[in-house]
Design a protein around this ligand. Sequence first.
Ligand SMILES: [Zn+2]
Length: 86
Amino acid sequence: MRLDCKHVWPYISDYIDDTVTPEERRAIEEHLEHCEICSAILDSVHNILVLTADDRIFRLPLGYSERMHERIGAELAKAAPGDSPE
Ligand SMILES: [Zn+2]
């Protein structure tokens, strides 16, 4: 099972939450080993989650989702020039 970036991104938050299946986890980790873009996205999402989970309230910062989608759109445009993220 081989994934490309577009297929990995929807799984990133589930991957961090550890709610993916063992097969999905292995496919994602395989992809992350050779993909700097997805590793960077995973790192930044993970950092945000660690920071926001640091207190008693577990809540994503306002606008987080929008910024994440902007970021993904930008990375997607870089990774696949000419291929629209929509
Ligand atoms: Zn990737």
